[in-house]
Design a protein around this ligand. Sequence first.
Ligand SMILES: [Zn+2]
Length: 92
Amino acid sequence: MSERQTFWTVECEVDEPDLMVCIACLGEVFKRKVPMPDCPACHGVSTYEAFTLDAIRDWGTEQLIEKAVRANAEVEQPVPSAPAPGLELPAE
Ligand SMILES: [Zn+2]
């Protein structure tokens, strides 16, 4: 699958839950963003809710927890300052 997934960015406060989980399929989790136009796994619309990693560890499947940990780590990486060629940035 080479289809490119697009996302809405979700603004989260520092101490707020910032892992967006699809509560319809409980199979997708993204940090501070939600896929658009719908969930890539179950195609549910507006099914994403914010949770903390600790909450996901409480009730998530092993797969979901693994994804959540990975998503959480992704954003901690330093972001390259130059956008990749061809990357579309939203107009300000
Ligand atoms: Zn889903």
